[in-house]
Structures are given as C-alpha cells and as structure tokens.
Write a protein that binds this ligand. Structure first.
Ligand SMILES: [Zn+2]
Length: 317
C-alpha cells in the first residue's frame, strides 16, 4: 500500500506549489518540444483510453492502479508531484474521485483538467436516491456511454495539441469502432443467460449502467460509493434476495475487500441455499498492467465472460 495523506492537508500544499512553480514549470515543458505530453489520469480505464488515442505522443501516469478503490482514494505526496508536472489532467468526474474531484475543479485555473464524463447527456445518467445530489459515476460499464469519454479525451488532446489532432482523431475513430464490437459482444453474451437468471449481485453498486444497457437486474451489497459500509439490514436484504430468487452465483470485485461478499455467501448457506462466488469482476479498477484485463476492452470482456459462465454453470443442475 502506498502511504496515504489526507486530501485536506495536501490540497493547500498542492495549490501553493502550483501557484508558485506551476507557470515556470509549464513554460519549461513547452520549450522541450521533443518531450512526450505528460498526462495524469485518475482511474486505469481513463489512462488506457489516453494511451490508445495519444499513442507515442503521450506519457500517461495513472494515479490509481489495479485493486485501488477510487471512492476511498486519497492523494499521496508522489501524486502531488505528478500533478504538478502534468501538461493535462483527466479524471472521471461525477463525484467518482470524491474529494479529489473538487481538487481538480479548483486546479482547472492552473492546469488543463478534463472530466471525461462531461459530455454524456444528463438524461442518460442515473441519480440514485441514496447518492443524493450526485449522478452514478460508473458509466464505463455501458460501452455506448464510455464512447462519450473517448470522444472527450480525443477532443481535449486535439484542442491543446492541434498539430497532432488528425492523428488523435484517427486513433479515436478506430477505437470507437473497436468499442462497437465489444458492445455487440456483451449484448450477445447476455442473450445466453435465461432472462430469469439475469441478476447480478456484486460487492457494491457499480453495475447499474451495465444492467440498464444490457438487460440485467443488479444488486450491490454496498451502495454507489464504498464510503458507506454495508449495515446488517443491507446484508439481510441481499441474503433474502439471493435465497428467494435462487441466484446461483454472486461476485467479488478486485477493488473491494472479498470478506464482504464472503459474509453474504455464508449467510445464504446458513439459510440452506448454496450460492457460489462466481469469480472476480473488475469494477472500479482494471487488472494488472500488461494483461488483457489491464485494458478497458479486456476488463469488460473478462467481466461478461465471468458473469455468463458462472450464472450458466455453477453446480445447480
Ligand atoms: Zn464504485
């Protein structure tokens, strides 16, 4: 685990540092024309898209690696240095990064900061009651919504580096076509699961957009953010749902402690229904760098394959 600093104390220091050193630093970078564009992104899913669009022209630093929960993330001293050196900063927005999102909004006066979800039409966003005042930020599991993020990233890079715009746009067009194929694949795989078995139970509510787009009922043990712990009542409600609906498999998430879902499984067993843990899903963080699951396309493909195979084949014949 990386050392953690509270955002509150980091914020003041960061802004002071940027005000004092930011401008001179930036001019120095502009003069070093051979340098790659220094990009900082929060979650891996955004970093991956930037790498695809920017190609050899960008050096991407991802703040939150595999297994890291963005809802609970606090800036570290090394993040402050990376942000200070960045030419352009991308984040999800929609309150995913919690306190850090506020920091990026403030930093917008000093650096180019881009919330990649900002051009998604608000009518496509969920406003869950329990997440009062915020939209559900987990838009990446509806591949058609994540295409807006791809377009936003290409637009922001092209505006800031117009000479490279044709290349960025070309990369975006190819990638958007690849995402159409992924979207079709997910929809096709869902069709293999009998409609009455299309219920996805996970550690937290990260899959509402997936459910809406691809026709799955979803239930999470924790809510939209993992900041709120699940209470006894939440556990009981989920246990009853699994037993009543005879759900065959439930899923752990790579960025949420496994024990929460295991506790649900044990409580279900105690009621006489043998639910399986169907595997690990990548919800708010991707898999390891250098693996297929360490890409956006890979995580989406892994998730649907894991969900479908567990729901179709988990020992309940
Ligand atoms: Zn989440």
């Amino acid at each position: 685990m990386k050392p953690k600093m509270k955002v509150g104390s980091t914020l003041g220091a960061l802004l002071t540092a940027l005000v004092l050193f930011g401008c001179s630093n930036h001019q120095k970078q502009d003069s070093e024309a051979s340098d790659r564009i220094k990009v900082v992104a929060t979650i891996g899913m955004i970093s991956d898209v930037i790498t695809v669009i920017g190609g050899e022209h960008v050096a991407v630093h991802s703040l939150m690696g595999p297994g890291v929960d963005p809802h609970l993330y606090k800036a570290t001293p090394s993040d402050v240095l990376a942000l200070q050196a960045a030419d352009i900063i991308f984040y999800n927005g929609l309150h995913l990064e919690s306190k850090m999102g506020e920091l990026f909004e403030k930093m917008g006066q000093l650096r180019t900061t881009v919330a990649v979800t900002k051009s998604i039409p608000k009518s496509f966003l969920f406003s869950p009651e329990e997440y009062a005042g915020h939209y559900d930020p987990h838009v990446w599991f509806d591949v058609t919504l994540w295409k807006y993020a791809v377009e936003e990233i290409a637009r922001a890079l092209s505006e800031k580096y117009p000479a490279l715009a044709p290349e960025f746009n070309q990369n975006a067009v190819s990638y958007l076509a690849e995402l159409d194929v992924v979207h079709a694949y997910v929809a096709e795989q869902v069709e293999r699961v009998p409609p009455e078995q299309r219920i996805l139970v996970t550690a937290h509510d990260a899959f509402n957009y997936f459910g809406q787009r691809y026709g799955f009922e979803v239930a999470g043990l924790q809510g939209i953010s993992t900041q709120a712990e699940a209470g006894t009542k939440d556990v009981q409600n989920l246990v009853n749902l699994i037993v009543d609906r005879q759900i065959r498999a439930i899923f752990v998430e790579s960025s949420v402690p496994v024990k929460n879902i295991q506790a649900v499984q044990e409580a279900v067993w105690a009621k006489g229904w043998s639910v399986e843990v169907g595997g690990e899903l990548f919800s708010d963080a991707m898999g390891d760098a250098g693996t297929f699951e360490g890409t956006y396309v890979g995580m989406v493909t892994h998730n649907i394959d894991t969900i479908v195979s567990a729901l179709l084949d988990s020992g309940h014949d």
